[in-house]
Design a protein around this ligand. Structure first.
Ligand code: B16
Ligand code: MG
Length: 216
């Protein structure tokens, strides 16, 4: 095929942001400061380590490197407690239909996520086998907005970047797709994601013939 698709995971295929929030909030509670859902927006699409730095910044807390490592481990354990209970009911509306459309058109799709738990999450919701490839937080050294994750995705698809269409819910992710020279589709608030080439509130809004405007 001459075009390919790269999907972000959290916020596009599933809503794991709510579980990240609960796990980070537990840490903030233990450290004695407030961590709101609005604060949590700042962590979307951002790597685990960077998320902790942002969180500690919000609480104006300074900790040693060893403590940071312990916090990252315990946060992830709490987070895993939530995601190991996930099932296919948590796939976001429109996602499966969109994958079916791509399958019918013979368009390959890969995952391009910052999460080191991406494989587990996709397996939990029974979508893992459908992806042509997975690029996640274990494969990259530079976080979004660096385009690394999507450029590796393009390699997996065996396509040049301009033939790739990226679905993203985070500002940093849209930016990464744009820097990579790919078509960016923002999923979520249009104003927040105004840098995207196309905008939709969610995947149910993607027209059936959306991919016909790209040369297939
Ligand atoms: P983990 P995405 C991102 O997933 C999340 O949006 C972000 O909030 C999280 O910190 C990051 O994954 C790392 O996740 O702790 O599981 O490695 O949106 O890039 O699919
Ligand atoms: Mg995301």
């Amino acid at each position: 095929n001459t075009i390919g698709v790269i999907f972000d995971l959290d916020g596009v295929i599933v809503d794991t942001a709510k579980y990240h929030y609960l796990a980070w909030k537990k840490l903030a509670d233990a450290l004695g400061f407030e961590f709101t859902e609005a604060n949590n927006e700042l962590l979307k699409g951002v790597s685990r380590v960077r998320s902790l730095e942002i969180l500690l910044g919000i609480g104006k807390v300074t900790v040693s490197e060893t403590e940071k490592q312990k916090m990252l481990i315990s946060k992830n354990e709490d987070y895993l407690g939530y995601i190991t209970k996930m099932n296919a009911n948590e796939i976001l509306p429109g996602a499966e239909k969109l994958l079916n459309t791509l399958d019918a058109l013979g368009i390959h799709y890969v995952l391009g996520s910052a999460s080191k738990n991406a494989e587990l999450i996709l397996k939990q919701v029974n979508l893992y086998h459908r992806f042509y490839g997975i690029v996640d937080g274990n494969d990259v050294s530079k976080a979004k907005p660096d385009p690394e994750v999507f450029l590796i995705g393009a390699k997996k698809l065996n396509l040049s970047p301009e033939k790739c269409i990226v679905f993203e819910d985070a500002i940093a992710g849209v930016e990464a797709a744009n820097i990579a020279g790919m078509t960016s589709v923002g999923i979520g608030d249009k104003e927040t994601l105004k840098a995207a080439d196309f905008n939709f509130n969610n995947l149910t809004e993607i027209p059936e013939d959306f991919f016909s405007k790209f040369s297939i």
